[in-house]
Design a protein. Sequence first.
Lengths: 112, 316, 408
Amino acid sequence: MRVGKVFRDAFRSLFRKPVTVEYITKPGKMVPVPERFRGRISYDRETCIGCLLCIRVCPGGVILSTEEGKVAFNISRCILCGQCAEVCPKGAIKLSSQFEIVTYNKEELTIK
Amino acid sequence: MDAVVAFLISIPISPLLSLLFEGIDRKLHARMQKRIGPPVLQPFYDLIKLLGKERIIPATASTRIFEIMPMVSTASSLLGASILLSNILSNSNIVGDLILIIYLLAMSSIALIVGGSASGNPYSAIGFSRKISMMIAYEIPMLIAVISMAFGPSPSLAVSSIIEFQVSRGLPLVASRLSMALAAAAFLLCIPAAASVVPFDIPEAKTEIIYGFLIEYGGPYLALAKVSKSVLNFTLTLLASAIFLYIPSLLGEAALLNLGLSLFLCLIVSLLIMFITITVPRTVLARLKVGQALKFYWVLPLTLSFSSIILSAVNL
Amino acid sequence: MIERGIEKEVEVEYTRLRIHFGPVHPALKEPVSLRVFVKGEEVVDVDIVLGHVHRGIESLAEGRNLAQALYLVERICGICSHSHTTCFTQALEEISGIKPSERALYLRTLIFEMERIHSHLLLLGIMAYEVGFDTLFMFTWHVRERILDLFEKITGNRIHHAMNTIGGVRWDLTPEMVKELDACLGEIEKSIKYIHDAFMDKTVEKRTYGLGVLDHSRAIKLCVVGPTARGSGVNIDVRRDHPYAAYNDMKEVFSVILRKDGDVYARTEVRLLEILESINIIRMVLDRLPEGSIRPEENIFRLMRKIQEGEAVSLVEAPRGELLYFVKTDGKGGLRRLKVRTPTFSNLACLKHVLVGHEIADIPVIVASIDPCLSCTNRVTIINRENGELNVVGMDTLRRRVRKKWMQ
């Protein structure tokens, strides 16, 4: 039969669990992400020594130095390359597993 | 049930049933593609959302026609569905026969494309010409398949008398004669094109001409157009189940006494027909081109329906 | 192309209908505007208008240092992102003489071939969608999802892997990943055979056979590259002709797929069979993966300082064909000039020839068959409507104009 080659597979999947999953944004119920996943930046202000190396590798211009000699992140420009985390000598910057970056609140887009 | 009462009841029931059918169709389609799919009531939500949106009429449109045609289309397909449904519900013929129903359905398609092409968009002009060629392709075999019934065992074109005949024989019409089986086959083959689903959704082909004649419709107009299309699909499947595959006839005379049960069985059958003629083709096939579709319809269904007429003329 | 478009606008022809195919159209995944002139259903002429999503990445990169530019160029393409970074780092390594370790080169090859699988599957899905075969589209993308999950596991992101760094790669394979990759490859191989079979479905065949024929001589004349060229029988493949990364060791495990017909189906089939070749290469990579470090000891700032002033041209075989980078460094860790020639830029011109004479229904199928990746291709050209004068506007001028607008 040259017509309807996918019919058998399609009909069979009627009785099987669908492969798509619902998008749930509640914490704890989200789809698990692998270990190396690069999500929203998390910044430990205490360990930061203000060397500003991260500013020099950031492609998007996310990172700004603040008056206290620390840095602030403008997440809306972040392209999640993870170079800042790589060059940070103290490990103060990490990329968390949080993939929900979109928000209604503009202040949440700045990490200090 | 009194025929007039039945007709009045059918008018609100038929759009509800058809939207439900569309929801089931979408769910099955999604599940065949390994998706979760929308909720079964999604068409109702869509409808409510669309009705609440603003009306936009393109600057190039001829306003009057653009506005009226969705209403005409919905009215005619609703009328067709109600006539059919009241025939099954009351088992008496009040207003019209098969030919009227078929023409009301054709009218509904034509009204939609006329309204769409009044928008002045070149894509809807292409959609218009494609739909006309498609109608030439499928209307002829469909009409002949229905007309062959007049030559057939029950020389009548009223739905109620065809149902009565099937009940009196205790068999659905397809099983009673070879000619009717051929006519049923031709009719079923015409459903995908009349409902314009893949592979015959050429007039609206979303990746080619972006829903063709529907391109400029939005808001309440699109809501009406969608209702009209889903009522049309529902009527086609219900028509096939009532005139060719009236399964309640197997119950004998009880079918006429217990009309509610008969209707329920009829709807189950039409759901099956919808699955076979609308859901499955649009799941497992790719879209054809106008020429290819025309060739298909003028070779297979036309031959089937013509041979059905010839066979029924010689009482086979 | 563009000049002719203006002529047509001026002269009014009533027999032809001009249809704007795009820039927003469900059949196009990215914006390009095809002005199609039709007589009835037949296409008589096509003009291609680009420039809807020009982002000025080349110019943006010139103001940044090399470490920043590396992940900026990755954003040129959302599908073949690894090709862009590889091409860029190769050019930098060429200038500076930093040699990546063997293991790093093998890992680059691995990601490269995984990317090719995912890119080709994406296109196959889109091809199915263009012909109205939604189920095959869903099935194909379901297979692609496996590869994307693996990408997420190995590199941390589904699309923008950020795998490359100057002189190496950033993430290593763990033994569990190797096992999982191996298991996944077998499944994909099976699925590819199934998809190949489904593409032989008669309704699909009717929409793809003998359409959009690009014959051998014209393919050479129009300089098409990649699967589009190989579908027309042009025997080119950067992986074999100018081996980079670890492809020198892979020569015996892959062959260049060629088809003579040059129609839509030939191009589709070339891609289908290339996935199988890619699977072979990945198996070889996993088999032979050498031990060692994956990146240089020095940190990125040292490495940037090592790169002296110089220029280099680098070539890779992206999923869509030959990708070319010209990089000129200033010796202070910055870029003086970056020039990118994406494969679609070479391929797009052939559309004008292959579309003419076909029906409107065939346009999306043929356009999709060259696998256009349009955002990579866009350039800004400003046309003076009155006299048809063309001038290219640089990033500086654009920036100045935007600033002026903001001030007001």
